[in-house]
Design a protein around this ligand. Sequence first.
Ligand SMILES: NC(=O)c1ccc[n+]([C@@H]2O[C@H](COP(=O)([O-])OP(=O)(O)OC[C@H]3O[C@@H](n4cnc5c(N)ncnc54)[C@H](OP(=O)(O)O)[C@@H]3O)[C@@H](O)[C@H]2O)c1
Length: 445
Amino acid sequence: MKEILDAILAGDTPKEAYAALPLPDSYRAVTVHKDEETMFEGMESRDKDPRQSLHVEDVPLPELGPGEALVAVMASAINYNTVWTSLFEPVSTFRFLEKYGRNSELTKRHDLPYHVVGSDLAGVVLRTGAGVNAWKPGDEVVAHCLSVELESADGHADTMLDPEQRIWGFETNFGGLAHLALVKSNQLMPKPAHLSWEEAASPGLVNSTAYRQLVSRNGAGMKQGDNVLIWGASGGLGSYATQFALAGGATPICVVSSEDKAQLCRDMGAELVIDRRAEDFRFWKDERTQDPREWNRFGKRIRELTGGEDVDIVFEHPGRETFGASVYVTRKGGTIVTCASTSGYMHEYDNRYLWMSLKRIVGSHFANYREAWEANRLVAKGKIHPTLSRTYALEDTGQAARDVHRNLHQGKVGVLCLAPEEGLGVRDAEMRARHIDAINRFRNV
Ligand SMILES: NC(=O)c1ccc[n+]([C@@H]2O[C@H](COP(=O)([O-])OP(=O)(O)OC[C@H]3O[C@@H](n4cnc5c(N)ncnc54)[C@H](OP(=O)(O)O)[C@@H]3O)[C@@H](O)[C@H]2O)c1
């Protein structure tokens, strides 16, 4: 690994030299173990500790298949899917690997007693498999996390509709929280030149998801002037949704749970912010009963902020706890677009407010290659910025995942993989200087 790292750190190693660098037989990776998948059985979700289930260990290098690329990972990031994997919730991700493994001789590689997790990376291509022409060893890249086989007609208008669509590093093995990662070459995108490795790695999954969910016609198709209610507006998804709303001429109404987070939203340029904790919104009277008076109070608060208007779009992901309120506060003809259910996936809402007011609920999941590319392009152009707050060493990934699980973080949490320190990998210092305040906005808040 040392030769590989030295070549990358030198910054001017000719691309041809990368193909000749020897590959190790094994590499350092963050894993969960199949024989531990019942370790948290019977425990409350909040008491399960990712530090116990996430291991950092050496694993064998997988064989490179056609259409694939092996990447030296300089940095990665924590996504909530790694939290789900580490808790073995709602199902153990070994079920995904077993199913994928049954597809073919090649996919069998993924079905192992360990799962290398992680769905973001920034790094350098080391090898490409047969049939890969667009990418070469030595290319500095980020990877999005859509893995598709595309053998069925179903996925050819929108690759998210491929029946063999998977999230890399969650539903497949050999993810990005490691020194090396195996991806399909159609996951690769150019690394934004003005960002360090850890900054470049951090937007990937959430930025692409928020782009499809909010901006793309496959999602809410946001337009200028829309009022957009954004739950968790300083979190992973929300910090990008807020930027997309502002950059697209919409008005975000940011919901957060502390003054620090509210300030971050204002720093991004949002003017309308609701601190759900300070204003003590309680949409549920008890575990089974919602409180429509609280939906009403929430709606009134939104109108107070907007000067009497309701929201055109709700950017949903907390799920059970907020969904009833989200459906209620959406304007007539508006859209509730959802990509997750962090607080519970059995949603309840009053359907009268949906059908009588002709509202739509749209399901959205990650992004196709084109959408991920467009989202990354906006980062590369300095129109959308990373929201990295803190970076951990690979050995401390368990702690990083725990922070995200306990909602102790802001924006994105990064992980250094091969990169020995933060701040490396910047290739366009002049552009960086122009955006430095925005790039650092979430740091150490
Ligand atoms: N389908 C997809 O492709 C996709 C992609 C990315 C993420 N996701 C899912 O989306 C969810 C959020 O991901 P993320 O990366 O944004 O996570 P995150 O960084 O933890 O941010 C989520 C934010 O939601 C807010 N929140 C949490 N629980 C809440 C509740 N009960 N009521 C209201 N707000 C709540 C919190 O903000 P405040 O405390 O400040 O309000 C938190 O900062 C996760 O479940 C993740 O698995 C799905």
